[in-house]
Design a binder for this molecule. Structure first.
Ligand code: NAD
Length: 463
């Protein structure tokens, strides 16, 4: 079996190299035709996608539509609409030093790309990068996560229906398959997943000097100061934190709340949890499940020795884990050191802004950063002071939905960004070209060189 997979990878890699070399992916019309076919097939298989997401993560139809298929379809529409404009050679101002010349940038596809995706939004996080790669003229081998196997299967069927395997192929499997894929030389790798595996990807890519985009995780803080309106803040926090059972890379990881409003906010969060998912969230159709045993066990263990002020209920049968609030966990506990990636919300109070800075000191750069406050100056100061992937004031998670903004991390939360135009750029080498004519050269260009260096220096600096 293992050898069979290795052979399959070998054959696919060769096939995709030949497909790209044929230059068929170079034209806009071919790319647009394929993107249209992909959208049509996604719409045709919509029910199967929702069913698969239900089986893998117990996602509601509403969440499957809003956070998975709609975002992908929107991305396809944007690529189809904008590709002719984005893929035009882009004129650049010429330098007088090269006078006369015509300078421009060609958008060159990298070539054969590898996309590795996670299980938490298993459709959207696999297909959105793929759409960018196709729009930019690349071939793609996609490896979806083994922890969302039903969704992986549907994705594989959709791609097989739309694409020649030389253009796009899906290889299902676990880490061993990803390792085998990484041994091949790719022209670009896009990985979405944990920081730990991101390091493995970066090392493997370095072997071949392959450029990569790493979409990773981290502990995204959420600061609530005493000017924030309690009800609206709690409502938006509960939505952002417990969507997909807390398994969202940009979910608020922990709360830093001004002590004046901590009790009130905590009570309102509990009220909003009950309003959204009922007294017993296990019975709610809108509340998801933890993806797999290892993650379920890790989340359970992380609660040990903490003061649980709400929730903490679990059911191992189907990996139910209730929305859980933890009061003032120690900053050096596992809960406050590692990304939670589940429905546990630590609530920590602060008195002064200096205390916030103390808590952030020495922490890695998060993927997201949230502030709830009516104080404009406070918001501006924090956004400017700290480094993070992307920030939102007075809401959470919504940054993902705006494809006019780059989405990505920095430092431990990743490198590179995508969505909309940034996806096209992500999968494109911007190739600068200068076209000169033969009729003129700047005097003094060739040896023997002129002796009046100061005049030459002046000209070179100012032309
Ligand atoms: P993961 O890193 O465990 O797995 C991601 C992918 O990597 C899977 O396809 C998996 O099969 C593969 N993989 C596992 N071991 C590998 C190895 N040794 N070599 C190569 N590939 C390997 O992540 P996950 O558990 O699927 O997802 C959760 C993590 O992803 C969280 O940290 C979360 O924050 C992050 N995430 C980030 C984003 C983002 O956009 N930045 C989005 C979703 C999730």
């Amino acid at each position: 079996m293992k050898n069979n997979k290795q052979k399959l990878i070998e054959t696919l890699h060769e096939k995709q190299k030949a497909f790209f070399a044929s230059q068929i992916t170079h034209g806009n019309s071919f790319r647009i035709e394929k993107l249209r076919a992909l959208k049509k097939e996604i719409q045709h298989r919509e029910k199967d996608i929702y069913q698969a997401l239900k089986k893998d993560l117990r996602k509601s139809g509403f969440e499957s539509m809003t956070s998975e298929t709609v975002l992908v379809e929107k991305e396809i529409d944007k690529m189809i609409r904008m590709l002719p404009l984005w893929n035009r050679p882009q004129r650049a101002k010429s330098s007088l030093i090269n006078f006369p010349s015509k300078d421009y940038i060609i958008h060159e596809p990298y070539g054969n790309t590898l996309v590795i995706s996670p299980w938490n939004y298993p459709f959207q996080l696999a297909v959105t990068p793929l759409v960018g790669a196709i729009a930019a003229g690349n071939t793609v081998v996609l490896k979806p996560s083994e922890f969302a196997p039903q969704t992986g299967k549907v994705i594989s069927e959709i791609m097989a229906c739309v694409f020649d395997p030389g253009h796009v192929a899906v290889v299902e499997g676990d880490a061993s398959i990803a390792t085998a894929l990484l041994q091949k030389k790719w022209d670009f790798i896009m990985f979405t997943g944990s920081t730990t595996i991101g390091k493995i990807i970066a090392k493997a890519a370095a072997e071949h000097l392959t450029p990569t985009t790493l979409e990773l995780g981290g502990k995204s803080p959420c600061i609530v100061d005493d000017s924030a309106p309690i009800v609206m803040t709690a409502k938006r926090l509960v939505w952002g934190k417990f969507l997909n059972c807390g398994q969202t890379c940009i979910a608020p990881d922990y709360l830093l709340v001004h002590e004046k409003i901590k009790d009130k906010l905590t009570q309102e969060i509990i009220k909003q949890i009950k309003k959204a998912f009922g007294e017993n969230q296990e019975n709610s159709d809108d509340y998801g499940r933890i993806a797999h045993q290892r993650h379920f066990d890790k989340l359970k263990a992380s609660l040990k020795n903490h003061n649980i002020i709400y929730g903490g209920a679990t059911n191992e049968k189907d990996f139910f884990f209730s929305p859980t609030l933890v009061d003032e966990p120690a900053l050096d506990s596992e809960l406050m050191q590692e990304e939670i990636f589940g429905p546990i919300l630590p609530i920590i109070s602060y008195k002064t802004e200096d205390e916030i800075h103390e808590i952030f000191k020495g922490r890695e750069r998060p993927l997201a950063f949230y502030i709830f406050s009516k104080r404009k100056k406070f918001i501006k100061q924090l956004f400017n002071r700290y480094s993070f992937g992307g920030g939102v004031a007075n809401d959470s998670i919504i940054q993902f939905a705006n494809d006019n903004l780059p989405f990505g991390g920095v430092g431990h939360s990743g490198m590179g960004a995508y969505h909309g135009k940034y996806s096209f750029k992500n999968f494109t080498h911007e190739k600068p070209i200068i076209k000169r004519s033969f009729w003129f050269d700047l005097p003094g260009r060739y040896a023997p060189y002129p002796k009046f260096l100061s005049l030459l220096k002046f000209l070179l600096k100012n032309l």
